[in-house]
Design a binder for this molecule. Structure first.
Ligand SMILES: [Zn+2]
Length: 96
């Protein structure tokens, strides 16, 4: 499934609900999901990790829709290379 297709599907499933909840509260839910991912990464099995990655991605996608962000369009900045150093692989210095 392509990103655009996925975003449309997530909109069909959740947009009304998320719109009603509002951007800020939906962002908090997203953060909570990130917390669950952290927990799964720390002590979950492969299946738990997989599920949490899916949830975080779904919430991120839904959040993008609330802010009228087309994710497929947005990720094009990574299409050719690292957007900062323009290289593949990235040679940017790690931030400390
Ligand atoms: Zn770079």
């Amino acid at each position: 499934m392509e990103i655009k297709e996925f975003q449309k599907l997530i909109e069909k499933i959740y947009y009304k609900k998320d719109k009603k909840r509002g951007k800020e509260r939906t962002f908090l839910w997203f953060c909570e999901e990130v917390g669950e991912l952290a927990k799964a990464l720390r002590k979950g099995n492969k299946k738990a990790k997989e599920e949490e990655f899916a949830d975080v991605f779904a919430w991120l996608t839904s959040l993008a829709s609330l802010y009228q962000i087309d994710l497929e369009k947005a990720i094009k900045k990574y299409k050719k290379s690292c957007p900062k150093c323009k290289k593949i692989p990235c040679i940017c210095k790690e931030k400390k």
